[in-house]
Design a binder for this molecule. Structure first.
Ligand code: RP5
Length: 164
């Protein structure tokens, strides 16, 4: 993890969310975006959530990525206490496959937005990329790294399928 001051905060409701949320961390590390990762539970550590959301902007964070599963209140509650953009990642669940997480996060009533990504690792990766794209609006060097990342992915696509 970078020792530079974090500009992206990755928060998650449980240690069990980390295997998913570490995809967001990985893409941010690849793009050299300083981030921090914390466990902050809306229902188990509500005071930690309050302190985190209220202090985030003053501590220098610019975007928050929040992952949670089940009745996933963490992204919405975080968004209610900060003006920083909050990107929500629905964690896949065993009971309902993550549709519970998705609907809990995406159906925010008008007025307090959460930018909701796909369920699971795809969503976590894209949350990392989207956070970087938001930061790249005012960071030309980061924009170049994003362009290189996308170009490398394009270059990796073969023109014709091969037998494996
Ligand atoms: C949510 O409950 C967490 O975000 C996690 O996805 C889910 C299950 O948590 P654990 O029981 O694994 O701690 O708060």
């Amino acid at each position: 993890m970078s020792t530079e001051k974090a500009v992206v905060g990755i928060i998650m409701g449980s240690q069990s969310d980390w295997p998913t949320m570490k995809k967001a961390a990985q893409i941010l590390a690849d793009l050299q975006v300083p981030f921090e990762a914390r466990i902050v539970s809306a229902h188990r550590t509500p005071e930690r959530l309050y302190d985190y959301a209220k202090s985030a902007k003053d501590r220098g964070l610019k975007v928050i990525i929040a992952g949670a599963g089940g009745a996933a209140h963490l992204p919405g509650m975080t968004a209610s206490m900060t003006q920083l953009p909050v990107l929500g990642v629905p964690i896949a669940t065993t009971a309902l496959g993550g549709e519970d997480s998705l609907l809990s996060i995406v159906q925010m009533p008008a007025g307090v937005p959460v930018g909701t990504l796909a369920i699971g690792e795809m969503g976590a990766t894209n949350a990392g990329l989207l956070a970087a794209q938001i930061l790249a609006i005012t960071d030309a060097a980061l924009l170049k790294r994003l362009e290189a990342h996308r170009a490398a992915r394009s270059a990796a696509v073969a023109e014709s399928p091969q037998d494996t």
